[in-house]
Ligand binder design. Structure first.
Ligand SMILES: Nc1nc2c(ncn2[C@@H]2O[C@H](COP(=O)(O)OP(=O)(O)O)[C@@H](O)[C@H]2O)c(=O)[nH]1
Ligand SMILES: [Mg+2]
Length: 417
């Protein structure tokens, strides 16, 4: 193995504690011994719980939304399309009507009017949809800042109407066409999430002209999106995202109207996943369409994904952020070791970055190993923040020829259902 393929963001002594396979909890701390208790939250007669698949074209801001709703960044986000490859569950607990109103919520601007379309389905399914007309338009939801997340509470910080609920969001890869085992895997992840939810939350990106009117995506993309929406035989809520990019908010009305005219969406909500504007409203529209029932997950659970997976995603996110337009798509990250050193109070992570061709390796490594070192440093910081303890990240680049092409090599690099 050539040496230049290796880097350590921070050197740390190895110890013999076993790999961690835990999932991430809210209030992550060295002491995780508290037993889950979610009985109280699900006790109300009108309490809702269910799955909400986050669907839409690549790059529309789906993962950004998930992270903001959770108050913890668990999903990789980058300006490049198709950053997300797996479906990722994020659990958001929304308090009910008794929650005190936030002081800044009383008066709201009128620049993000929501369009409610049709209320029949929720009633006919006995889900008792709330009256959308009664709600003031254009609340500015602020769900914590990136620097100061409020896990668990972020989603419902300003919730003032409707029942309490547990929304189990399922982030998905963007709807896309394309061949190869990886693309098939991503499509399967998307379609199974769509087929297996109670509500579909569909994203569009208003900064993209082709998404400002329905059905206007390039043919292949449109077909892929229609297939995903077709698989979701459930009420659909449309999040018209990235409204912060509109210079003139008046541009919004014809966009909302065009989607309203399709009759496919029960509610249409303008959103900026980036600023959090509209997030509260989106969640309320989702909650109104969830079935009544007890929580599906313990309240302190953030995701069903193991920390090992999330760590791999943080490293992959850095590859998407730091490498050019082509290389990130040729990379996969497999976390080979994840060891908690209780005596040191830290974790040691060994990960392999798979590339498809020999020629890609020096690009990932960079001149004098600078690129991979930077990837290591930044992912170490992100991992430390996520886990709430120092992390030591050792990265190694390996050529696994054409790993994205066959089911077997896909499994080798960690994509398995
Ligand atoms: N201006 C703006 N950018 C956003 C917004 N939401 C997401 N983005 C950006 O859009 C890009 C794609 O976001 P991502 O969440 O990865 O999209 P996904 O592929 O749908 O999951 C990233 O660069 C985000 O920072 C938004 O509301 N406004
Ligand atoms: Mg994504």
């Amino acid at each position: 193995m050539p040496d230049e393929g290796r880097t350590s963001a921070e050197e740390g002594e190895r110890s013999e504690t076993p790999d961690r396979g835990e999932t991430l909890d809210r209030g992550e701390s060295p002491d995780r011994s508290e037993a889950p208790d979610h009985s109280e939250a699900s006790a109300g007669a009108d309490h809702r719980a269910g799955f909400c698949a986050i669907l839409g074209p690549p790059n529309a801001g789906k993962s950004t939304f998930l992270n903001r709703a959770l108050g913890v960044p668990i999903a990789a986000v980058s300006p490049k399309p198709q950053t997300t490859r797996n479906r990722i569950v994020g659990v958001v607990n929304v308090p009910g009507a008794s929650t005190p109103r936030a002081p800044n919520e009383a008066e709201s601007e009128a620049d993000s009017e929501a369009v409610a379309a049709g209320e029949g389905v929720s009633d006919s399914q006995g889900r008792g949809g709330q009256s959308k007309d009664a709600e003031a338009p254009g609340e500015a939801a602020t769900a914590g800042t990136p620097d100061e997340p409020a896990p668990g509470d972020a989603a419902g910080a300003e919730e003032t109407q409707g029942p309490s609920a547990q929304i189990v969001f399922v982030d998905t890869p963007g709807a896309q066409s394309g061949e190869g085992a990886l693309r098939h895997f991503m499509r399967d992840e998307l379609l199974s999430a769509a087929a297996d939810c109670d509500v579909g939350l569909v994203f569009i990106d208003v900064s993209q002209r082709a998404q400002r009117s329905p059905g206007a995506l390039p043919h292949d993309r449109q077909r892929a999106l229609d297939a995903a929406l077709g698989a979701a035989r459930v009420p659909l809520v449309l999040a018209v995202n990235k409204v912060d990019t509109l210079a003139d908010k008046r541009e919004l009305l014809p966009i909302l109207d065009a989607y309203y005219q399709t009759g496919r969406f029960e509610a249409i909500v303008p959103l900026s996943a980036k600023t959090g504007d509209g997030l509260d409203r989106v969640q309320r529209e989702v909650v109104a369409r969830l079935p009544r029932g007890q929580n599906l997950f313990p309240e302190e659970m953030i995701t069903d994904r193991a920390e090992r997976f999330l760590v791999g995603e943080l490293i992959r996110e850095q590859l998407f952020l730091q490498l050019g337009d082509e290389i990130p798509y040729a990379t996969a990250v497999a976390v080979e070791q994840f060891r908690e050193r209780r005596d040191h109070g830290d974790v040691v992570i060994d990960a392999v970055i798979h590339v498809e061709r020999e020629s890609q390796k020096p690009i990932v490594v960079g001149r004098a190993g600078r690129r991979i070192k930077e990837v290591g440093t930044r992912s170490r910081d992100a991992i430390g923040k996520l886990l709430g303890c120092p992390a030591h990240v050792h990265l190694h680049v390996k050529v696994t020829p054409k790993w994205s092409r066959t089911a077997q090599t896909l499994r080798e690099v960690g994509y398995e259902r």
